[in-house]
Design a protein around this ligand. Sequence first.
Ligand code: IFM
Length: 462
Amino acid sequence: MATSKPFLWGAATSAFQIEGSSESGERGTNIWDVYCEIPGKIAGQGTGLNTCDHVRRYRDDVALMNALNLRAYRFSISWPRVIPQGTGALNAAGLDFYDRLVDELVAAGIVPCATLYHWDLPNALQEEQSGWEHSDTANHFAEFSSIIFKRLGDRVKHWFTINEPWCIAYGGYIGGGFAPGIQDRARGFQVGHQLLRAHALAVAAFRSGGYDGEIGIGLNSEFMFPASDSKQDHDAAQRALLDMAGWFGDPVWFGDYPDEMRSAYGDMLPQFSDEDQELLTRSIDFIATNYYFSDVVRATPGQHPMAYERAPCPNRPTTAMGWPIVPEGLESLLIWLSDRYGKLPVYLTENGMAKENETVEDGCVHDPERIEYIRTHFEAARRAMEKGVDLRGYFVWSLIDNLEWAHGFAKRFGLVHCDFETQVRTIKDSGLWYADWIARGGWDAIESPQHLDLSSAGERGK
Ligand code: IFM
């Protein structure tokens, strides 16, 4: 287990969800800006134009990270803030913003971890060339990535190409609840395919540039528990894992989609060229995954193309997202990924829980459920480490309440409360608990459980 490098206890955010669009020059419109304008798509008509105004308040936000004792911060870079049309002219002020943010983090002793794409595709690429369905978009992404490596690569050593390609392809093109809101499985596979090519091209640019550091892709998956002890349900659960985690995990490690997907989806699943395969194979230095909840899976021959049906684990308390709380699913997922993808180092790049109606009272936000959620998931991750998973970092989602995509502002995931009207930030009890956890040595705190006294939380949370 483990490594001599310090464990990266962190928190994560994404550009569209926290930045707002003010200052740092005009950022280009992205596909979520457009989606937010469609009546009924975003709960409460939320948009990404204000959110947490992080572009102007980033210094305060780094100070908050310091107060939380964070060792690392995972943020994403807005492609249209840097290249408003997706290709061509640069917005120098946009690039400068990320440069200053990284400087601020480094000065605070917080390890910057950058995601190159967290869903905010420049809208010009969507309008002019069908976005991620077009193979040129992958090349434009690699060009954008090269610009970022060149500018930040001296200080950023941990890179994630694309966050949750499954959500982009499935949510945006199959389920259709995410931008651009299409429901067409074949188009979803085409999008997934180009996302994978984009990842591979960006990694090739990183590696050929000789940068010091590591790079991977940010997967997401539920763990899939079989609904019964039958072999049929066990096999179905494996197929469901391959359909979700393996859709993107297999190509970046083995160079192609899982055989099970190829035989189920046939010609609908695009083919990689020899060159693509060569670039994709072993194109990750580590496994990165996000985890929130787990499903139960049963075999359903003749229905779904992969002959399974999955549903969120029943009989569990749920978060405000309606997601069941299943910490042991994290343990199982980490082990499954580590076993399948070469026992690589692992980062848990997002994990956390949403609540609704969180308000500040006397300077405090009491969120004991979130503390319990985080603590039990830390313990699950620890069990996975004891079983051989080389976990190197854990990023709680999220640093601060933000725009939860189609759910608008009502679902709050933050360790820090944000009043979206006044922009006042208040560290929640969970943030204080996490700060204390890190101060007590992180994993060592499991061995010496103490109850953090939150009675003076109002004072400490300011
Ligand atoms: O807020 C999102 C994030 O942008 C991607 N992963 C899941 C989070 C919670 O839904």
